[in-house]
Design a protein around this ligand. Sequence first.
Ligand SMILES: C[S@@+](CC[C@H](N)C(=O)[O-])C[C@H]1O[C@@H](n2cnc3c(N)ncnc32)[C@H](O)[C@@H]1O
Length: 249
Amino acid sequence: MSATATTVDPREVERFAALAVEWWNPRGKMRVLHRFNPVRLAYLREKITAHFGRDPRDIRSLEGLRILDIGCGGGLLSEPLARMGARVVGIDPAERNVRIAALHAQESGIAVDYRATTAEALADAGERFDVVMAMEVVEHVADVGLFLARAAEMVTPGGLMVAATLNRTKRSFALAIVGAEYVLGWLPRGTHDWNRFVTPEELQAALEAGGLEMIDREGVVFNPLADEWRRSSDLSVNYMMLAERRAAA
Ligand SMILES: C[S@@+](CC[C@H](N)C(=O)[O-])C[C@H]1O[C@@H](n2cnc3c(N)ncnc32)[C@H](O)[C@@H]1O
């Protein structure tokens, strides 16, 4: 694949770079990510440990696994995964995000290999990982097909890819754009472009085109009564997908 093809939309990256100091403020502009982080982490821990035959109760259950967190932002997922023993490489095209992430990890005493780069650059360099993650990123890239192809390329045989994103439905327009950005003010206006949302069928097809097999998909829904996010079979707004690269027989 061409080394010059890029998935970066400079306006998207600039938007996140401008918010860099907000990453670790649980009441700031990233509060939605903070609120559903426990749900995402529980999913990642459960699925990764089950796949690699690890004990999820072990506090170092991911020991030795090489994990790539694409579009890591401030490291809200990279850090806890590294704490569980994984060797995490966190990448983001926004240099400011990576600087904030590295500073936070240093203050927390956690080793994460943060780099200001892209999935396509790492794929070009021939890097391989046991787990490749793209969490809340595909809806911000310039070319979803290219992005997923380059990300999938880096999954080792027997390894996993996990993606989390927003479905393109009437419901996601009402909740994730009108509700979250305009009515509730949970996210800065313009954070999301509904046309860039990706249906589970499109995501699955792109992962399969990259040689992966979809093995799980799960929704994440907000329960306003309990004021909490939880996992669900409802994929109509937020959802996560797990795919594997089958090891050669
Ligand atoms: C909504 S944030 C998600 C951050 C993190 N994955 C999380 O869930 O906490 C999206 C991130 O994707 C990054 N990003 C945007 N375009 C990208 C691209 N083409 N490749 C990789 N990351 C990208 C942004 O800079 C931003 O940090």
